[in-house]
Write a protein that binds this ligand. Structure first.
Ligand code: COA
Ligand code: AMP
Length: 630
């Protein structure tokens, strides 16, 4: 029998009491003055007056409370052939020491540090060491190119950049230092120092006047203690893609995040302290922040950091091997991982090699979980497969089948119901609430619960413009969908120019900026088209300018390389086509939605406002010759 309905009703009746009770699970140096402060709308704050430390809650508290010898972190890296284990005491000691390094270089509460690292334990140590001192970290995913890193450096002005000599991908080793050097050269704001972890695969040549060797700095550092920070102080900034080329700096506070994530470990994921929790993501994404690092450690679990892929490292049984080797109770990953596994091992034959007795639940998020993949996972694993929906902005699930409250019946294609804390409504263009079954903008009635972004970094106006302006009194999620008669949510598509490539959130606007920068390109459009493995991939359409002399077959590889160099390989931008004109409305708006529907072979209607209908014939022909629009 599920306790979901009564818990949701309990929250609705008295939200502040509900969150005050959840906050009891957290260590506070000083309790909050008020649970919730709405005195400066639309900027709401949780637990003002409270004083906490997120690193203390993640590590020291467990060391002092009897978990010192329990494993806090298992690093499993098929890409380098390493497995390393850290108890809570060991992770606390390393973190305290690295906090000493940060302090030695003058970092203190409120300063920023960028972490640009592969999936290595030192990346987690760096994040927690920042939290220990109240330094605000901003982790940048390793698959982003120098220009993306430079944009983030300029936006948050870090005093320090923490990196590694290289990342390891299945087919190649990626030297990070050239990317870091280029980013710093491009950035207007220069970090004072770069701390470099030298990895065995490829050592970097350091610049003596700027760079610091991680190991050398650690060898002589004095451990630093946790610094109490205000509940409302930022813990981190995480940049995410929006409609424009400029990423949005999502701010996460300390107190609300601690409370919500701690609740979610049991409430949403149904795991107990001491159990092993694995989020197969990257620390560069919100899933990595919340469920590789903070959530499991706040809750006293053992977290797994996996440096590998679902397939090819060495085979499609990699996930089952990790689950069996480390006794994983719950796995969280993106549906794309399961599509990749299923493609290589459709009968699930590799599963039989492993003992999965301790494994209870699979959680999927980051993109739409297609029912076919969910059914396959259910049949092969014979365990609940739970789709849940959230985004960088919230830091935890907005809709889920809450395992800790007792599962509700599953409806394939739906991430189930709003998590207590979220009042989800479907609105039409004028902000009117739509009845069950009708599709519209998915919005959350304000206020947002703890952990959700209080604002964007140094950009209160941007926060209001992006999320609050269109539907007064509501937070606009940017997703479209509907709620059925039983209250189940269905998330169908984005309402903006964000696309989701293998669970990675990207902006088509950012890719368009890069294409438009090519001297031969007069105009361009990028749309996300369906892909059997990655969910979506970006496809570019370019119109050449009169001076262009190049043939399509020469230009397209240049455009592909340009996106790889300026945004990064993670964009998976492999396909572009030259067209005579782009389809536009009479007011000049490019009809990207129509182009996408044609590419995906979906039914589409000629837009009434189209300037020249014949242009779509050229687009359709180009798509057909590239293998789309069947
Ligand atoms: N540093 C440098 N390059 C990186 C990188 C990193 N941290 N992560 C990915 N890349 C590169 C890859 O090498 C690849 O380069 P290529 O074009 O030369 O092959 C490119 O970026 C795209 O990577 P990826 O999206 O991982 O695709 P893939 O084709 O290598 O693998 C999957 C496909 C499905 C196996 C892979 O996308 C996957 O594991 N997805 C899981 C998604 C996930 O964890 N999402 C997080 C949100 S929950
Ligand atoms: P990110 O901020 O990178 O986590 O991406 C968030 C976006 O991914 C959401 O706004 C959705 O568009 C999409 N998304 C995440 N989880 C789901 C899900 N379970 N179902 C459908 N879309 C999802």
């Amino acid at each position: 029998m599920s306790r979901y309905a009564e818990t949701y009703a309990d929250w609705q009746r008295a939200p502040e009491n509900y969150w005050a009770r959840a906050a009891e699970a957290v260590h506070w140096y000083k309790r909050w003055d008020r649970v919730f402060d709405s005195s400066r709308p639309p900027f709401h704050r949780w637990f003002p007056g409270g004083s906490v430390n997120s690193c203390y809650n993640a590590l020291d508290r467990h060391v002092e409370g009897g978990r010192a010898e329990q494993l806090a972190l298992i690093y499993d890296s098929p890409l380098t052939g390493k497995v390393e284990r850290f108890t809570y005491r060991e992770l606390r000691d390393l973190t305290a020491r690295f906090a000493g390094v940060l302090r030695r270089y003058g970092l203190a509460k409120g300063d920023r540090a960028i972490i640009y690292m592969p999936a290595v334990p030192q990346a987690i140590v760096a994040m927690l060491a920042c939290a220990r001192l109240g330094v605000i970290h901003s982790v940048v995913f390793g698959g982003f190119a120098a220009r993306e890193l430079a944009t983030r450096i300029d936006d948050c002005a870090p005093r320090l950049l923490i990196t590694a000599s290289c990342g390891v991908e299945p087919t190649r080793v990626i030297p990070y230092m050239p990317l870091v050097d280029e980013a710093i050269a491009l950035a207007r704001t220069k970090p004072e120092r770069v701390i470099v972890l030298q990895r065995e695969r490829l050592r970097a040549t350091l610049n003596a006047s700027r760079d610091v060797d991680w190991d050398e700095a650690m060898a002589s550092a004095q451990p630093a203690d946790c610094v109490p920070v205000a509940s409302t102080d930022p813990l981190y900034i995480l940049y995410t893609s929006g409609s424009t080329g400029k990423p949005k700096g999502v701010v996460r506070d300390n107190g609300g995040h601690l409370v919500a994530l701690t609740w979610s470990m049991h409430g949403v994921y149904g795991v107990e302290p001491g159990e092993v929790f694995w989020a197969a993501s990257d620390i560069g994404w919100v899933v990595g922040h919340s469920y590789i690092v903070y959530g499991p450690l706040f809750h006293g679990c053992t977290a797994i950091l996996y440096e590998g892929k679902p397939v090819g490292t060495p085979d499609a049984g990699a996930f089952w091997r990790v689950i069996a080797d480390h006794g994983v109770a719950a796995l969280f990953t993106a549906p794309t991982s399961f599509r990749a596994i299923r493609r290589e091992d459709p009968t699930g034959a590799l599963l039989a090699k492993y003992d999965l007795r301790r494994f209870r639940t699979l959680f999927l998020a980051g993109e739409r979980a297609d029912p076919e993949t969910v059914r396959w996972a259910e049949q092969k694993l014979r365990r609940p497969v739970i789709d849940h929906w959230w985004q960088t902005e919230t830091g935890w699930a907005m809709a889920a089948n809450c395992a800790g409250l007792g599962l509700l019946p599953v409806k394939h294609g739906s991430p189930t119901k709003p998590v207590p804390g979220y009042d989800i409504r479907i609105l039409d263009d004028r902000g009117q609430e739509l009845p069950p079954g009708r599709e519209g903008a998915i919005c959350v009635k304000l206020p947002l619960p703890p952990s959700s972004l209080p604002t964007l970094w140094n950009n209160d106006d941007g926060f209001v413009a992006a999320y609050l302006k269109d539907f007064p009194g509501f937070y606009k999620t940017g997703d479209a969908g509907f709620i059925d008669a039983d209250g189940y949510l269905y998330v169908l598509a984005r309402t903006d120019d964000v696309i989701n490539v293998a669970g990675h959130r990207l902006s088509t606007g950012a890719i368009e900026e890069v294409l438009a920068g090519h001297p031969d390109v007069a105009e361009c459009a990028v749309v996300g088209v369906k892909d059997a493995l990655k969910g979506q991939v970006p496809v570019g359409f370019v119109v050449l300018n009169a001076r262009a002399r190049r043939e399509e077959q020469d230009l397209v590889p240049e455009l592909v390389q340009r996106v790889r160099d300026q945004i990064g390989p993670v964009a998976s931008f492999k396909s572009a086509m030259v067209v005579r004109q782009l389809p536009k409305t009479r007011s000049g708006k490019i009809l990207r939605g129509t182009m996408r529907r044609i590419a995906d072979s979906e039914p589409w209607q000629m837009p009434a406002t189209i300037e020249d209908a014949s242009v779509l014939e050229g687009i359709t022909a180009a798509l057909k010759s590239a293998g789309y629009a069947r």
